[in-house]
Ligand binder design. Structure first.
Ligand code: PEP
Length: 254
């Protein structure tokens, strides 16, 4: 059974106290999750330890980093290594968010290195893929995401690929209020699963959680999460509002 996941991506938002209050409100809702349901909070680096202690021993709630560096250690001023994340108990990390790809020129090859380092340090990568509007308009989105997966993930052995979470995030839907229709989301998720099945076999493909990201809100989460190949969401804007994110977590249970 694959995991159903609600993952919050705070990006570079909220002051420290605001972050503490938000976590307090969300965790205060005491939503009990089944063993195959997870909630993740990808908070800014300086808040990771605070978030870890806020989450505490809460079942199936975990903290994620939003990024990591693609080298193990060394003279890389200002960067954060996966080993550092591991040393403070972080067990998930977003890799290849479209904002990192766009503003920090992260290539599929660099992301492959990040994926390897995460897996080597017991950190589950939440690997993001997705096409820009121009690519969708040309109708080449399927080939585009296939290349992202092939170049960053398909060097992995079967036992490693099952440790990855994939997030499909069409760039045209991120922070725009424009959500992919359930049909567009389901079609792409089924396509991603079929590419993985082509490489690793259907059994492996069926084990991998594929999250949808792009203007997920309380009002559309139930419908999106009900798609057979959508295993939850990676949520930006709506994860900053306690009432919204609480409903999104609850949507996992519908
Ligand atoms: C994201 O940051 O990954 C995202 C999907 O943002 P939003 O939900 O705001 O579109």
């Amino acid at each position: 059974m694959r995991k159903q996941i609600a993952a919050a991506n705070w990006k570079m938002n909220l002051g420290f106290q605001q972050g503490e209050k938000l976590l307090d409100e969300i965790l205060g809702a005491k939503i009990e999750l089944a063993p195959d349901q997870l909630t993740l909070f990808a908070v800014p680096f300086p808040y990771l330890l605070m978030a870890r202690s806020a989450v505490g021993e809460e079942q199936n709630y975990y903290v994620a980093a939003q990024n990591c560096y693609h080298k193990k250690s060394g003279a890389f001023t200002g960067e954060v290594s996966v080993e550092m994340l591991h040393s403070i108990g972080v067990t998930y990390c977003i890799v290849g968010h479209s904002e990192r790809r766009e503003y920090f020129s992260e290539s599929n090859q660099v992301l492959a290195e990040k994926v390897n380092l995460c897996l080597g340090s017991f950190i589950t990568p939440i690997f993001c893929c997705g096409e820009a509007l121009t690519i969708r308009e040309q109708g080449t989105q399927n080939e585009f995401v296939a290349t992202q997966l092939r170049e960053s993930l398909f060097h992995l052995e079967a036992d490693k690929i099952t440790q990855i979470i994939i997030a499909y995030e069409p760039i045209w839907a991120i922070g725009t209020g424009k959500t992919a229709t359930t049909r567009q989301a389901q079609e792409m998720h089924a396509h991603l699963r079929s590419i993985i099945a082509g490489q690793y076999g259907q059994d492996i493909a069926d084990k991998i959680s594929i999250l949808y990201g792009g203007s997920v809100k309380a009002s559309n989460a139930i419908e999106l999460f009900a798609c057979p190949d959508v295993d939850g969401g990676l949520v930006g804007g709506a994860s900053l509002v306690a009432a919204e994110f609480i409903e999104i977590i609850q949507a996992l249970k519908e």
